[in-house]
Ligand binder design. Structure first.
Ligand code: ADP
Ligand code: MG
Length: 390
């Protein structure tokens, strides 16, 4: 893959695909992390005298303009953080985009309106996506993809436009690919993976792909109950996926899966429900496990000790409610204290790290693209990456 830093961009029109998909509440940005993460590339290109045209999506509009999903607040925040004027085109590929590109001067930054206002962006039809990609490509001399969170999508602004222009990977994409590569090819051992979150079915493909490669797979979160049930324990009213029991039994035969030994069992899915710590052999029929217990944290920390490579995806419990956050916090602390390569993937896991006040710099890498990083680890070909490779 060619890197953006190796491009000669002075006086050139550079189309940048960024991930600016920030959470909004009543039109206000509640976490500008993705805008901040996107700054280095945009700033560097502008400082080198490129004409920077940024394209990005926000939320899930239905393929038509919708003021609720306008990038206007993003353009404003980007301008503040960048310390340079950022013009927002009122459309994606229409008259305002054309004239705004026309007006752009060296060092200028233009943000096109939410690319998902065009139904063609996400269309399954190659010709429809191609037509939008033709217009986007006509705006620029070169394309740079810095939106790792979207590389698993065969979308016009991710895939098709890269086929039509000289292309390169931005620093965020390059960093993700480098770190995921280290997890996949010759990981330093011991290699321990920690999985949690809600469902086994969401993560089954990544479990299948990783299990042969790892020394141990520690399982917490809602998904541990289907494994515990497969081992013969009663799990009360905990999250259970009956249809996954057979697959869990087969996976357990690997001997690499480590399950919790105690859980926090609650009377209801609520922060003020009655709750206590019980061994996994004594989960009452009318209670649900909402976190792993302290002995499990100690067990998981012991299995993590000395690990040279760790990948963690999915919270150990319902960390959003204070009584069920200790398992996630304990395991996150254990991982953060390690000296090897430590990678956190998954939107909720990254949010948990921030919410529980753990310094993000104590991990080697926190992935910005949940779905994309899991698909990469599953060994899938990601359209947005393969297109950058040739
Ligand atoms: P990620 O986004 O990091 O990949 P997931 O989306 O798979 O993680 O799962 C996150 C969700 O799993 C969280 O909202 C959390 O509340 C939930 N969860 C964790 N443990 C449990 C549990 N024991 N029961 C129900 N939900 C759980
Ligand atoms: Mg999630």
């Amino acid at each position: 893959m060619r890197l953006a830093e190796d491009l000669e961009v002075k006086g050139k029109r550079v189309l940048v695909r960024s991930d600016l998909n920030v959470p909004l509440e009543d039109g206000a940005i509640t976490d500008d992390g993705r805008i901040r993460a996107s700054l280095p590339l945009i700033r560097s290109l502008a400082e080198q005298g490129a004409r920077v045209i940024v394209t990005a999506h926000l939320g899930r509009p239905k393929g038509a303009p919708d003021p609720k999903y306008s990038l206007a607040p993003v353009a404003k925040r980007l301008e503040e953080l960048l310390g340079r004027p950022v013009r927002l085109a009122r459309d994606v590929a229409g008259p305002d985009a054309h004239s705004s590109v026309e007006d752009l001067r060296d060092g200028g930054v233009l943000l096109l309106e939410n690319v998902r206002f065009e139904a063609a962006e996400t269309s399954k039809d190659d010709a429809e996506r191609g037509a939008l990609a033709d217009t986007l490509a006509s705006f620029a001399d070169v394309y740079v993809d810095d939106a790792f969170g979207a590389v698993h999508r065969k979308h016009a602004s991710v895939y098709d436009v890269a086929q039509r222009l000289p292309h390169a990977a931005g620093p965020l994409v390059a960093a993700e690919v480098e770190v995921l590569g280290r997890l996949e090819k010759d990981p330093e051992r011991p290699y321990v993976v920690v999985l949690g979150g809600s469902k086994v079915s969401d993560k089954i493909k990544v479990i299948d792909a990783l299990l042969p490669k790892v020394d141990a797979l520690l399982v917490g979160g809602g998904m541990c109950f289907t494994f515990l049930k497969a081992q013969g324990y009663g799990v009360g009213s905990s999250l259970l996926e009956e249809e996954m029991l057979d697959q869990c039994r087969t996976l357990l035969e690997s001997g690499k899966i480590v399950l919790p030994v105690d859980v926090v069992a609650a009377g209801a899915f609520s922060a003020d429900a009655d709750h206590d710590v019980v061994p996994v052999s004594e989960i009452p029929p009318d209670r649900m496990g909402l976190d792993i217990g302290p002995e499990s944290v100690t067990l998981f920390a012991a299995r993590l000790e000395g690990a040279k490579t760790v990948f963690w995806n999915g919270p150990m419990g319902v960390f959003e409610m204070a009584p069920y956050a200790a398992g996630t916090k304990g395991v996150a602390e254990a991982i953060a204290s390690l000296h090897g390569l430590t990678v956190v993937g998954g939107g909720d896991s990254a949010a948990a790290v921030r919410a529980l006040g753990i310094d993000e710099s104590r991990f080697t890498h926190i992935s910005t693209g949940g779905g994309a990083s899991l698909e990469h680890l599953e060994g899938k070909v990601l359209p947005g990456l393969s297109v950058l490779e040739d």
